[in-house]
Design a protein around this ligand. Structure first.
Ligand code: GTP
Length: 301
């Protein structure tokens, strides 16, 4: 059997539908979809199987105009993800057309992509009429030599199977990157970490969440059908630890409770969630950890 495997980077403006598409392709709620922009900080990988191919989806943060230091790092991260990938998929919104943001992406695309194939996925086709869609497809293809154009609705699932099939066929031959029996578990651990991170984002000062990371360290199934999940929130500084813990641990307790409730609803069973907060010194300098998460801070940020 010839197997194929590789990385597919989804790039696009905030809200283009990258998380929705990842979830649709993988078949599980891997990254948390919210109506707020720029919620996806780290690259969250979902693994989609298509025949003998393993498609590792890299869900990049939205590409947007950098303002602050961390914003610039996030843009670098988004492009970093694309630069590492075997295939790039540029996701745009059908009803918004070629926005300034899309223009900016197009400007850099050739350089980042090099010889890698770039597919265009026009998303949210449920929101426009066919002539608008065809015109947009023509205009985009006049600006860049896309390997293929897909018209999809990530939300409704239209066109997603075609995209997945095409990606599978384009990926290089090679062994799978994740063992088959781990694929089901992998997204769950990420989902659990994402849920906690989302609660942290909602609860804390807006700057802080970008500087912390949540990892699911342990997942233990219990005989009574419940599961014990241990997570660690890594922060950059001692001061941040205090903020995350809150007065007498109030903040972290509230966050854990909210995350546990969402997890229980998502999984449909009882969950015992234990969240610890730890300082990872020089977290911002740990290039290795960043690249693990898909964040690349080398770009002068
Ligand atoms: N009508 C319609 N809405 C969609 C479709 N796909 C996604 N959306 C909506 O668009 C919004 C943004 O989707 P996300 O998947 O969060 O977008 P994203 O690109 O991951 O956003 P960031 O992570 O912030 O960069 C959500 O409200 C989705 O429900 C679609 O095919 N049709």
């Amino acid at each position: 059997m010839t197997t194929r495997a590789g990385f597919v980077a989804l790039i696009g403006e905030p809200n283009a539908g990258k998380s929705t598409l990842t979830n649709q392709m993988v078949g599980a709620k891997v990254s948390i979809v919210t109506h707020k922009v720029q919620t996806t900080r780290a690259r969250i990988r979902g693994v989609a199987m298509e025949g003998d191919a393993q498609i590792v989806l890299v869900d990049t943060p939205g590409l947007f105009k950098p303002r602050r230091r961390l914003d610039r790092a996030m843009v670098a991260a988004a492009w970093g993800g694309a630069a590492d990938a075997d295939i790039i998929v540029l996701l745009i919104e059908a009803h918004r057309g070629i926005t300034d943001g899309v223009e900016r992406i197009l400007e850099n695309l050739g350089q980042v992509a090099g010889k890698r194939p770039v597919a265009l996925a026009i998303n949210k086709i449920d929101r426009v009429e066919a002539p608008v869609l065809l015109k947009l497809s023509e205009d985009m293809n006049a600006r860049y030599d896309f390997a293929q154009t897909f018209m999809i609705s990530a939300e409704k699932g239209y066109g997603v199977a075609d995209l997945r099939k095409w990606l599978a066929a384009e990926l290089p031959e090679g062994p799978w990157l994740y063992p088959e029996d781990q694929i089901a578990d992998l997204p769950l651990r990420m989902i659990a970490a994402e849920m906690t991170r989302e609660k942290l984002t909602l609860r804390l000062h807006q700057e802080l969440p970008y500087q912390l990371t949540v990892e699911t360290e342990n997942w233990e199934e219990r005989k009574d059908g419940s599961a014990r999940i241990d997570q660690i929130v890594y922060v950059a500084r001692d001061g941040h630890k205090g903020i995350v813990l809150g007065n007498k641990g109030e903040t972290i307790k509230a966050i854990s409770k909210a995350a546990r409730e969402e997890l229980e609803e998502f999984l449909g069973r009882r969950i015992h969630l234990f969240v610890q907060v730890k300082v990872r010194e020089k977290w911002l300098d740990e290039a290795e950890r960043y690249s693990e998460m898909g964040l690349d801070f080398k770009d002068g940020a």
